[in-house]
Design a protein. Structure first.
Length: 166
């Protein structure tokens, strides 16, 4: 009986090993950097924390549609304002490709690919200034498949007056 207890005890202790990590504060979940400022005196973020964790993408997409399609620009759910508040402006601050970047800290944990920063800045933007997207070369890359190339050729033909009147 005693020979059986020792292996069972060892298996139980080994199974509880991840719990030690959680209790030690290292946790299994990502460590999200704190915001640099509060949205208002009564509110830490533009929406309650639990709501932002669940619905932030809906807010960002709605803001994008309002801005691009309707010309409405507000700061409340703006990606730029999120970055300005949550990402350090230090020269050595992590880029979006790093797991220490505010956005990527959760997205890499959840295995979600973010492509916002192919066009948008991944570091705070000073008001009135424009920055290049967060690519390593500092230039934008535009990829075009065959259908996109054909569409562009047709569009250029129409613009230059070479379209058919069918």
């Amino acid at each position: 009986m005693r020979k059986l207890c020792l292996p069972v005890l060892a298996i139980c202790l080994f199974a509880l090993l991840p719990l030690r990590t959680v209790l030690a504060g290292d946790g299994l979940f990502p460590e999200v950097p704190k915001a640099k400022a509060r949205y208002s005196e009564t509110q830490e973020c533009v929406e309650p924390l639990a709501d932002m964790r669940k619905n932030h993408m809906e807010y960002i997409l709605h803001q994008r549609d309002a801005t691009v399609h309707e010309g409405i620009r507000t700061k409340q759910h703006s990606l730029t304002e999120c970055i300005n508040c949550h990402v350090s402006d230090a020269p050595d601050a992590p880029r979006y490709s790093s797991e220490q970047h505010f956005c990527n800290s959760c997205h890499s944990f959840a295995a979600v690919r973010i492509d916002c920063f192919q066009c948008h800045a991944d570091r705070p933007v000073k008001s009135g200034s424009r920055t290049a997207p967060a690519s390593s070369s500092g230039t934008r890359e535009y990829r075009q498949d065959a259908a996109g190339a054909q569409f562009m050729e047709q569009l250029q033909a129409l613009v230059s007056g070479g379209g058919n009147d069918e």
